[in-house]
Ligand binder design. Structure first.
Ligand code: IFM
Length: 715
């Protein structure tokens, strides 16, 4: 199944639907708001890298000037779903082509009937081009008026980011608008070129910040009239002359059909890399394709200075900030299907090394400590205080920016995995190795010798399970930190053999003296891992002494256990927001036996808040369940992840796509049900475990430059 369909409009679901009908091209995304607008909408376009200062969250992606705006006036009455009567309605997002279509048969309050068909896409072929077409077929005799605009009067839920610098009309059918962000001084230019099926001249309304072109055409019953709106968009991040680039981009397409053909071909090439099909389960197939689509429209193709935010470019949630969600959940999708995108995302981390080093230095450590929430510069932008969910008048302290140190190992893991899967040695020598070495340096300096435990560990951290903060020796953190340090030592040996000059350079710049390397070895060898003799790993020091809880006693519930217990009290219970120990076991399968995975799976699974905890959890839980052979349970978790956005089961999809979950859905299909394993020597095999109703699963992946197609099940 390739389409997402909506056959009636329900204003109460508007924000959710705007999110899932988001279109984009890796340069920007536009939420699925209506061209004509609707009250209560959350209309937004986000362009990668266009951040501006904001209170509390430090910086946020600025909602760009609106390019969609189009009013259709039928014999003096403005088309709007808020009035008149909707006789027919169908909205469809075609994931194969990235085109969003809406067809409405509408009766105005005065009884004028017309069919309106809107189509739009953000060109994947030309990332500075946006295209919109409206076709109106009236059932009355009279007049139809188009009012097409560019609009700088937009905001981020109340906060305005734009000043208008200039605007104008280039020729009869083209107008333009230039704006600048208020604090970061990023110029953004838009140019709008209209093509009409009717020859009447356009009037220009020079409204401040809203250049508008209007055309009135005669309406005849059954005769379709068409308006095409091409919009060029560019910023000072792309060019010294963004207005010129915007005008050129808007002028380039020959017409709608030509632009659409280029779009269709570009998407066909995209899907060739990563297509997944599941016979026997339309919901699962749509969910994985939708997830891929959402990741692909957020994935920077030509820019290594940006990352993908936790809500992609599809909503205001998390303000465009990027987390470990990228390296652990989304990046594998790109590493295995579109390595050029993965490389851009990792190079962003490389470019933000100075900020990561500064963060470590300011806290009294060495090496690179990446920001838990990262935006344009890589500086820490995690809000320090946010409104408490129990009482919005109170503030709650957010500790992740101070304590979630595992982010550095997550970045290192992403870089190392990219190397292992793509085999790009030169890239690793130039970029990846430095990420791995400098994060290891951080972990070695942050480790404390804990005399009473006879080992090294990390006090006062937060692991993936954020229901517990200020914990000592979080299993995920310690396991990944040890892996990071060991991998750095191996990396250095590899560099010395294969890229001796680069090895010497990095030893010099990172001050990797023999004493330091000996210390790394010691830290890794004597890292506290909290493993009991039977293989069960304690999530952090003292976890097993916390109050145990039977989550079934709280059912039915509609809230997370964090909300039920309260932020402070949740610390005292053995309840997890998301898998923690299991995540480490999943990422480093060579280091744990199946028996050890089983014992940890059995312990932690019933203690995890799968339904209302983190959206990052269910897909990972599904993968480990598959590995355990619990396919039915795996499928339940998978469906929960699959429905986070498509059915809004968590009630917050309006804030934007759950990007980590989207990446996790692909991983669950490929590594979980498909059972794909890559061995250290570069060979691969599959251990499929398909749900009984899946007749066939097929997916593609690329390993060391070679594409493979895996098919499992009935031919
Ligand atoms: O990174 C996640 C975190 O693990 C759980 N809270 C939400 C963050 C952003 O998705």
């Amino acid at each position: 199944m390739w389409t997402l369909d909506e056959t009636s409009f329900d204003p109460s679901k508007q924000r959710h639907k705007e999110t899932i009908f988001t279109i984009g091209n890796g340069y920007l995304s536009t939420r699925g708001a209506f061209e004509e607008g609707h009250s209560g909408e959350s209309r937004a376009t986000f362009v990668h890298g266009v951040f501006d200062a904001a209170p509390i969250v430090f910086t946020e992606l600025a909602n760009a000037p609106d390019w969609l705006s189009l009013q259709v006036v039928l014999d003096g009455e403005k088309f709007s779903l808020a009035q008149g009567e909707v006789l027919e309605y169908h909205r469809q997002l075609d994931l194969r082509t990235g085109v969003l279509t809406r067809r409405v048969r509408w009766k105005s309050p005065n009884g004028k009937i017309a069919e309106l068909r809107f189509e739009r896409f953000a060109s994947l072929h030309d990332e500075h081009l946006l295209a919109l077409r409206c076709q109106v077929t009236p059932e009355f005799e009279g007049e139809i008026e188009w009012r097409a605009a560019l609009n700088a009067h937009v905001d981020n839920e109340g906060l305005r980011h734009w000043n208008v610098t200039r605007q104008g009309r280039k020729n009869g059918q083209t107008v333009w608008l230039e704006t600048i962000t208020r604090q970061s001084s990023i110029t953004l230019a838009l140019a709008m070129r209209l093509l009409s099926s009717h020859s009447a001249a356009f009037d220009y309304w020079d409204a401040e910040g809203q250049p508008t072109l209007c055309q009135r055409v005669p309406a005849r019953p059954g005769q379709t009239i068409t308006l095409t709106k091409f919009v060029g968009i560019a910023t000072s991040r792309d060019s010294d002359h963004p207005l010129v680039l915007a005008l050129e981009s808007a002028a380039r397409p020959q017409g709608w059909e030509a632009a659409l053909q280029a779009q269709t071909q570009a998407w066909a090439r995209e899907w060739e890399q990563c297509e997944v099909s599941i016979a026997g389960d339309e919901e699962a197939e749509l969910a994985v394709r939708f997830s891929l689509f959402q990741l692909l429209i957020a994935a920077p193709r030509h820019d290594n200075r940006v990352n993908i935010g936790a809500k992609t470019l599809s909503g205001f949630g998390y303000r465009g900030h990027a987390f470990w969600d990228t390296e652990i959940f989304m990046l594998p999708v790109f590493t295995f299907t579109a390595p050029h995108i993965a490389r851009n995302l990792l190079e962003y981390r490389h470019l933000t090394l100075p900020a990561a080093r500064e963060k470590a230095r300011q806290a009294g450590y060495e090496g690179a400590w990446f920001a838990w929430e990262s935006a344009d510069t890589g500086e820490e932008v995690t809000p320090t205080w946010v409104p408490d969910f129990h009482d919005k008048k109170k503030l709650a302290r957010v500790w992740t920016g101070d304590l979630a140190i595992h982010i550095s190992a997550d970045v290192a893991y992403g870089a190392w995995q990219y190397w292992r899967i793509t085999g790009q040695d030169d890239w690793y020598a130039r970029y990846g190795a430095e990420l791995v070495l400098d994060t290891a340096k951080f972990f070695a300096s942050r480790a404390e010798w804990l005399e009473e435990r006879g080992g090294y560990g990390y006090r006062d951290v937060i692991g993936p399970d954020e229901y517990h903060d200020h914990v000592d020796n979080n299993a995920y953190t310690n396991i990944l930190a040890r892996w990071n340090i060991e991998t750095a030592l191996e990396t250095l040996t590899w560099l010395e053999h294969h890229h001796p000059q680069r090895a010497a350079e990095l030893k010099e710049t990172l001050n990797l003296t023999p004493e330091r390397l000996a210390h790394w070895q010691d830290v890794a060898a004597r890292m506290i891992l909290n493993v009991r003799p039977d293989g069960l790993i304690e999530q952090f020091d003292g976890f097993f002494r916390l109050k145990d809880v039977n989550l079934a006693d709280y059912e039915p519930r509609t809230k997370s256990m964090h909300e039920i217990f309260g932020i402070e009290a949740a610390n005292h219970y053995q309840v997890l927001k998301q898998p923690d120990v299991l995540m480490a076991l999943y990422l480093l399968p060579e280091r744990f036996t199946p028996e050890q995975v089983r014992i940890n799976y059995d312990y932690y699974t019933p203690r995890t808040d799968h339904t209302y905890g983190s959206s990052l959890g269910p897909s990972m839980q599904a993968i480990v369940a598959c590995q355990m052979g619990d396919v039915d349970e795996a499928y339940e978790h998978f469906l929960h992840a699959a429905r986070a956005d498509l059915r809004d089961v968590r009630g917050n999809a309006g804030d934007g796509i759950h990007a980590a979950s989207a990446g996790g859905i692909w991983q669950a299909v490929v590594f979980g049900f498909g059972g794909l394993r890559i061995h250290p020597d570069g060979s691969w095999e599959t251990h499929p475990r398909l749900p009984s109703h899946w007749k066939n699963l097929a997916f593609r992946f690329t390993l060391r430059g070679q594409q493979h197609l895996v098919t499992v099940g009935e031919a």
